[in-house]
Write a protein that binds this ligand. Structure first.
Ligand code: PEP
Length: 252
């Protein structure tokens, strides 16, 4: 259980959504009402829109994040973006190991760990996603799966993990409208916190563990009230300004 008060982080994951016009409208609506939030806020946007969103959000409480990055520093890796390139666009956060990348792009625990290292080496905060599928949960494997995924990241990154953000995202809750109950989420967060304690004893309480999976304006406050839930990674609801703003307001 977390004893140290830290700022929560609410990060939107736009996934492969948006357009120049839609992004501008969304950012303007967010900026109009965001005020001075009690939590840190980020939007993780598709790579082509990094420059646009960076310009729109400049000087505001909204930080810009990417949804992925390459584990490689540069070179013949067609289609990839390096951490340094993201830095060029003022990127503060990068989602790493999202379940959609693990599922559709075959990303292994080892690759996720290497991407985490690339982000950390370049001053980008990786939001490292872990989470079990429905079949794994039903087989009683939740703890084993998330611990294995996080262990790979800890193994490669050692004490640097004090700089990461972890996101627990049960795969069965992503984009399905089926949210983990606050108790289910807290139980897994406590497991992850204990694992972080083991690896980074002095800093584990300062590492933010976000919940992600159909978090919305109606369920955010209850989830965010759990002792080891330090914020949210929000997909669908981050595309609607009023909903995202309500989640931000619930994170204090
Ligand atoms: C996500 O994509 O990380 C996510 C949590 O999506 P949603 O909020 O739509 O379930």
């Amino acid at each position: 259980m977390s004893v140290m008060k830290k700022k929560k982080l609410i990060a939107g994951n736009w996934k492969m959504n948006g357009s120049l016009a839609a992004n501008e409208a969304l950012l303007k609506a967010l900026l109009q009402d965001i005020g001075a939030p009690a939590c840190d806020v980020a939007v993780c946007v598709p790579a082509p829109y990094l420059a646009q969103v960076q310009a729109l959000a400049a000087g505001s409480p909204i930080a810009v994040g990417a949804q992925d990055l390459s584990a490689q520093p540069q070179g013949a890796f067609t289609g990839e973006q390096s951490a340094l390139m993201l830095k060029d666009f003022g990127v503060r956060y990068a989602i790493v190991g999202h379940s959609e990348r693990r599922q559709y792009h075959g990303e292994s625990d080892e690759l996720v760990a290497a991407k985490t290292a690339a982000a950390l080496a370049n001053g980008i905060t990786p939001i490292v996603c872990v989470g079990e599928t429905l079949a794994q949960r039903e087989a009683g494997e939740t703890e084993e799966v998330v611990k294995r995924q996080l262990a790979a990241v800890i193994h490669v990154n050692g004490h640097c993990i004090s700089e990461i953000v972890v996101a627990y995202e049960p795969v069965w809750a992503i984009g399905t409208g089926k949210t983990a109950t606050p108790e289910q989420a807290q139980a897994v967060h406590a497991v992850l916190r204990a694992q972080l304690h083991h690896a980074a004893s002095d800093h584990a309480d300062g590492i933010r563990i976000l919940y992600g999976g159909s978090m919305n304006a109606a369920n955010a406050a209850e989830l965010l009230a759990q002792p080891d839930i330090d914020g949210g990674l929000i997909g669908g609801a981050s595309l609607k300004a009023p909903d995202f703003l309500q989640i931000i307001a619930a994170a204090r």
